[in-house]
Design a protein around this ligand. Structure first.
Ligand code: HEM
Ligand SMILES: *[C@@H]1O[C@H](CO)[C@@H](O)[C@H](O)[C@H]1NC(C)=O
Ligand SMILES: *[C@@H]1O[C@H](CO)[C@@H](O)[C@H](O)[C@H]1NC(C)=O
Ligand SMILES: *[C@@H]1O[C@H](CO)[C@@H](O)[C@H](O)[C@H]1NC(C)=O
Length: 316
């Protein structure tokens, strides 16, 4: 009996050791200048484009939710293979060039050593920190994958999802309700196109045109930006009132009916998630602390990567 428990524990710890192969000091000897090189590339890009941090954070989220954090989101379509970045929810995925610039700087110092997946995880952390958010040590040691399929993007949560669909999407990746609420706070940065929010402001359901959980004047404002026959492809709205600052305004607005997506609003339809929204709305420090914890969890979702790409857009 005791021997069985001992062997089981041994096997379990071997498994977790394998699954958690990432470490904060992974490149200490092989690429000591990695982190400053990535920060530098992110900083330079922000100077001419304030939307870069939001883009980098979203890229990392999409990467981790499909095939684990393996930089599959960075690969380009090739031959008849349509890559993730050309899949339907690709709208607004941008700032790929920032990762390419960081990779070039890193390759110049330590060629063939650092994965694109690690560079993306670092860039997302820097994006948050440079927007006034918290900072943290990023566990590293991810490998880059060789597969990227547009059809996989169907696995991403949709902005129309209700709380049970969101919970399911997150729990399939080992993420809890608290992770869901904290990571949704990523919507403190960035922008949404009309197509992502129109379900709430036109033909909401068979009896109502507008989602009644939205604040009336907010819905009215969105309807004037996003008319039913919207012709302006670039039209849309920022995800919160301070869309380049990593603050807790997202949660405050959410409580007032001023959130953008049904999936944001859905966080108020469950007792536990609603309590967390209220907590983060009233205490920015609690939000930042929870966000860091959940980001480390999300960015440690293991991928099937095997290699270190030389160019983040193509497999080796
Ligand atoms: C909970 C499920 C989530 C859903 C349904 C969702 C959905 C969306 C949608 C539809 C957009 C707008 C796309 C567009 O219209 O251009 C968006 C933008 C964004 N999302 Fe999420 N998202 C989710 C979770 C996350 C997470 C976990 C993060 C990061 C921690 C994140 C970070 C962002 C950022 C930063 C933007 C703005 C991108 C930009 O301005 O370039 N989202 N999200
Ligand atoms: C997004 O995907 C569509 C087709 O699925 C493609 O036509 C479009 O060029 C892609 N957009 C971006 C910005 O990659
Ligand atoms: C969420 O949507 C799914 C699919 O439409 C449905 O089966 C489920 O009952 C809904 N859950 C809630 C809490 O509304
Ligand atoms: C439309 O949505 C409202 C608010 O959620 C709900 O009370 C109503 O029953 C819905 N109507 C239909 C026909 O589904």
């Amino acid at each position: 009996m005791e021997a069985t428990v001992g062997v089981t524990l041994l096997l379990l710890s071997a498994f977790f050791c394998f699954a958690n192969a990432l470490s904060s000091n992974y490149y200490d000897h092989t690429c000591p200048q990695l982190e400053p090189a990535v920060i530098d590339a992110v900083k330079k890009a922000i100077i001419s484009d304030k939307t870069v941090p939001a883009a980098l954070l979203r890229l990392h989220f999409h990467d981790c939710f499909i095939r684990g954090c393996d930089a599959s989101v960075l690969l380009e379509s090739k031959g008849n293979n349509k890559a993730e970045k050309d899949g339907p929810p690709n709208i607004s995925l941008h700032a790929f060039y920032v990762i390419d610039n960081a990779k070039k700087a890193v390759e110049a110092q330590c060629p063939g050593v650092v994965s694109c997946a690690d560079i993306l995880a670092l860039a997302a952390r820097d994006a948050v920190a440079l927007s006034g958010g918290p900072t943290w040590e990023v566990p590293k040691g991810r490998k880059d994958g060789r597969i990227s399929k547009a059809s996989d993007t169907i696995q991403l949560p949709a902005p129309t999802f209700n709380i049970s669909q969101l919970q399911q999407s997150f729990s399939q990746r080992g993420l809890s309700m608290k992770d869901l609420v904290a990571l949704s706070g990523g919507h403190t940065l960035g922008f949404a196109h009309c197509s992502s929010l129109q379900n709430r402001i036109h033909n909401f359901n068979a009896s109502l045109d507008i989602d009644p959980s939205m604040h009336k004047s907010f819905a009215g404002r969105l309807r004037s930006i996003c008319p039913f026959h919207n012709k302006v492809k670039t039209a849309g709205a920022t995800l919160d009132s301070t869309s380049t600052t990593f603050d807790n305004a997202y949660y405050k607005l959410l409580l007032q009916g001023n959130s953008i997506f049904s999936s944001d609003q859905a966080l108020l339809t469950n007792k536990k998630s609603k309590a967390l929204v209220s907590k983060f709305a009233s205490n920015q420090n609690e939000f930042h602390k929870a966000f860091v914890k959940s980001m480390i969890k999300m960015s440690s979702i293991t991928g099937g990567g095997q290699e270190i790409r030389l160019d983040c857009k193509v497999v080796r």
